[in-house]
Design a protein around this ligand. Structure first.
Ligand SMILES: NC(=O)CC[C@H](N)C(=O)O
Length: 373
């Protein structure tokens, strides 16, 4: 029997029947979701508040999680500087060891933060075994239990992740404006659950940003006469978002500079005639290589995607911009005739190395200077 420092037990159950018992922390509760893993060694406050993780139970492979605690939110111009959204988005967290913090800017422990926000965690489980199962069998649904007695966790499995449109929970219901006094150009960002890191990088480049709901039409977008449009990241299965792909396709008719990031890259692919497929277990890390095939340079980047574009599914009028050299997944596209660029990875680098923030400079050049290749 494991000694549990919070005095409660917990478990993680996978739909293939794997049951790992450990300790509960964070909030007491039971949640179901798709079980995914990240190999990031730090950045848990950013990852856990990334809206693209909605509907997922996140396992962190790094053995100690919580060492530097959780900071107080810092907000500038309505944009969070140290979290990716206002609250925790993951369904639950799985770690080997959940630690108490020691850092000058920590305001609470990981345990306290999760308890406050109603998110269950389980620690003292063999995350290596869990990751091996997911890598071998592919992403699976699972159930996390913290501090409660449950005899049949399988009975809590519900609707499958791939069948739920999570943007309903993460997209704003009405426009949000980040007015930029130093800015020259107004852009519209189609917000399906935007990471504040993306907002921040755009705002730093002088843009006034109008965030519109994910279900907006091209007409609603063009009503603002934007100089550029961004289709951002977001949770869930891109193949459920046919309306968004239609909106993207209609926006292309205005020949307006457009940037797609992560979900935005997938939506661009669909809108332009390509295909997006579910990956076996996805890419979630802050040290993934991507090669810019136009320059031959390799960059280290932040990823969080479970769907992907493969070479054979790239839309006709686009050229591959980035590729992941490990598995060949297409990590970025450039349109051959229109000012459209996309990345599957996260150039805003939250959390992660800043190697690719120049993608936003390139977008700015497209908007301000009319250059894109
Ligand atoms: N970060 C994202 O935008 C993720 C896109 C999509 N939900 C996926 O998992 O592939």
């Amino acid at each position: 029997m494991t000694f549990c420092k919070r005095g409660t037990e917990g478990l993680i159950y996978l739909e293939d029947g794997t049951l790992l018992k450990g300790c509960g922390f964070g909030a007491k509760g039971i949640r179901q979701g798709e079980v995914v893993f990240t190999t990031s060694m730090n950045g848990y406050p950013e990852s856990m508040t990334d809206p693209s993780y909605r509907g997922q139970i996140l396992a962190i492979t790094h053995p100690l999680v919580g060492n530097y605690g959780v900071p107080s939110p810092i907000v500038k111009n309505g944009i969070l500087q140290n979290f990716e959204s206002e609250h925790i988005q993951i369904e639950g967290l799985v770690v080997i060891e959940e630690t108490d913090p020691f850092k000058w800017n920590s305001s609470k422990s990981l345990h306290e933060w999760m308890a406050e926000q109603g998110v269950p965690g389980v620690s003292s489980v063999d995350t290596r075994l869990l990751v091996k199962r997911v890598r071998t069998l592919g992403s699976m649904m699972g159930v996390i239990v913290s501090g409660m007695e449950v005899s049949d966790p399988a009975s809590y499995l519900g609707k499958r992740y791939d069948e739920i449109d999570f943007t309903y929970f993460t997209s704003p219901k009405s426009p949000i404006i980040h007015q930029n006094v130093s800015g020259s150009s107004l852009i519209v960002l189609v917000d399906c659950g935007i990471k504040h890191g993306i907002l921040d990088e755009l705002y730093r480049r002088g843009f006034t940003i109008i965030r519109l709901p994910c279900k907006s039409t091209a007409e609603e977008i063009m009503d603002y006469s934007p100089k550029g449009v961004v289709f951002g990241n977001g949770p869930g299965n891109p193949n459920l978002l046919e309306g968004l792909a239609r909106t993207f396709a209609s926006v292309t008719e205005y020949k307006i500079p457009t940037l797609g990031v992560c979900l935005g890259h997938q939506i661009a692919t669909k809108a332009l005639g390509g295909k997006v497929r579910k990956m076996k277990f996805g890419h979630r890390a802050i040290n993934k290589p991507v090669v810019d095939v136009t320059s031959g340079k390799c960059f280290i980047s932040t990823h969080n995607h479970g769907y992907g574009v493969y070479k054979e599914d790239v839309p006709q009028d686009t050229q591959v911009w980035f590729i992941n050299p490990d598995d060949g997944v297409v990590e970025g596209l450039i349109h051959k005739r229109l000012p459209i660029i996309t990345t599957q990875f996260h150039p805003e680098s939250r959390p992660g190395p800043n190697d690719t923030v120049w993608v936003f400079d390139r977008f700015k050049k497209m908007v301000i200077g009319n250059e894109w290749n």
